[in-house]
Design a protein around this ligand. Structure first.
Ligand SMILES: Cc1cc2nc3c(=O)[nH]c(=O)nc-3n(C[C@H](O)[C@H](O)[C@H](O)COP(=O)(O)OP(=O)(O)OC[C@H]3O[C@@H](n4cnc5c(N)ncnc54)[C@H](O)[C@@H]3O)c2cc1C
Length: 416
């Protein structure tokens, strides 16, 4: 029986943090808990659709949801600040605004772009992690067309319109496909008098031998074919050694022009503030036990991209995906309830729903319970699944409406 209200502090309002928050009130009454969420921004960002913002398919407003609006229903508060450090002995988190105490801590701070120390990558490439990245990317592509349209020498136009995406995982593949469509099917309509299709190159560079490594082999091959049909030059088995303002250098010293390089080659967990405080692997993911908390600090739960958990001794850690985070969120809410009430905790078991990717209009890939699906059916499935992952009904309706409009009207080419 809980006598006083317990303070639950959630660090991070992404897929893990918000799904956990939403589920807490399935287990607790408002008079049992006070929840505070700390997040850098006052919105939840729907990262799987960022590439659509970057390529004019969706407006920036479509992929964000107000956290305050969501929390105010239960009288809880958001603390918009950066998490700076943790004093686990005294149960205090320091943020850029103040110190916050907790009884239960849920860490769900997600991940940032990992450049793996590649010289020039951070300075000379765009990432696709935040809303501002996507808006900037759309503007940069439009800028490139504007600049190229006044160049008289063919070679200069080719250099100005060389786009390189580094990283052949789901983010890089989806972005490259949408970028090629945005460029060839939308922007070219406005620049056909000054720019030829031959002036444009979109390249995708992947270190491994195949694209979309987590997908079944058949779908990986299909992804390659679809991208090549969209005039994307795909480099496989190709590491990137350096990135410069106007070129990308491969491991074998080959160079290709790149007026705009996008880096989607990896992520690293946002856990630098917990170094030497919480137990982590070399990559910075926090070790949790099967119940999703830290063995020596059972009041600290860790979920999503920052958590390191294996299904068994011989398996790889669970992937850093929204699919994992959205299952861990509700699970951790249940375990917080059990922990606070002295019940046994329930081990987390990830249930993979398969993989999905969109490759531009009416082209998708899906592996649903082992069954490979491609083309328009996979594309509609992809859209339907992601639509249901939005938190509020309003956003679900808004995005469905935007997508329907996109079937009849051109993409957004405003540069903000
Ligand atoms: C472009 C892109 C496309 C993706 N597509 C897919 C996909 O199709 N399918 C899929 O399953 N996964 C996809 N992912 C991965 C997915 O977004 C993550 O795995 C998922 O968001 C992890 O959830 P999380 O709660 O751990 O972190 P996040 O959802 O990233 O949430 C972390 C939150 O913490 C906040 N934060 C971070 N650091 C601090 C700090 N110091 N102080 C305060 N707040 C902080 C952030 O602002 C953010 O709100 C994609 C990722 C990207 C970038």
């Amino acid at each position: 029986m809980i006598k006083t209200k317990k303070k639950i502090l959630i660090l991070g309002a992404g897929f893990g943090g918000l799904y956990a928050y939403r589920s807490l009130y399935r287990h607790f009454n408002k008079n049992e808990i006070d929840v505070t969420i700390v997040n850098k921004t006052n919105y939840f960002l729907f990262t799987p659709l960022l590439h659509e913002v970057a390529t004019g398919g969706l407006s920036e407003n479509s992929v964000v949801e107000s956290i305050q609006h969501f929390l105010s229903r239960n009288g809880d508060v958001i603390h918009i600040a950066d998490v700076l450090s943790l004093d686990k002995e005294n149960k205090i988190v320091t943020t850029s605004l103040e110190k916050l105490s907790y009884d239960i801590l849920i860490v769900a701070l997600g991940a940032s772009t990992n450049y793996f120390g590649t010289p020039g990558a951070e300075e000379h490439s765009l990432a696709l992690k935040d809303l501002s990245d996507a808006v900037k990317m759309r503007g940069s592509i439009i800028d490139a067309f504007q600049k190229a349209s006044v160049l008289k020498v063919d070679e200069d136009r080719k250099k100005a319109l060389s786009f390189v995406v580094v990283g052949g995982g789901p983010t890089g593949v989806e972005l490259a496909a949408e970028m090629a469509e945005f460029i060839h099917n939308t922007l070219m309509d406005y620049y056909k008098d000054s720019i030829s299709c031959d002036d444009i190159s979109v390249s995708l560079v992947n270190r491994g031998p195949e694209l979309l490594a987590p997908f079944p082999v058949k779908l990986r091959g299909k992804a390659l074919t679809v991208l090549q049909d969209k005039k994307i030059k795909v480099y496989l088995n190709t590491g990137v050694k350096e990135v410069h303002a106007d070129e990308v250098v491969f491991s074998d010293d080959t160079k290709i022009h790149s007026s705009y390089t996008v880096w989607t080659a990896g992520v690293k967990p946002n856990t630098e503030m917990f170094a030497n405080i919480l137990p982590m692997d070399k990559g910075g993911r926090i070790f949790v036990d099967k119940n999703l908390h830290i063995a020596d600090n059972p009041e600290i739960f860790v979920i999503g991209d920052v958590s390191f958990i294996k299904e068994n001794e011989n398996s790889l850690p669970l992937p850093m995906t929204a699919q994992v985070a959205t299952q861990q969120g509700p699970h951790v809410a249940q375990n917080v309830h059990n922990f606070m009430n002295g019940y046994d905790l329930i081990p987390f078991k990830f249930e993979s729903k398969g993989e999905m990717a969109s490759l531009g209009r009416f082209e998708g890939l899906a592996n649903v319970f082992g069954v490979p699906v491609t083309g328009a059916i996979a594309w509609f499935m992809w859209r339907t699944v992601y639509l249901f992952k939005f938190i509020s009904p309003f956003k679900k309706i808004k995005v469905a409406f935007d997508w329907t409009m996109n079937l009849f009207f051109s993409r957004d080419i405003t540069k903000i």
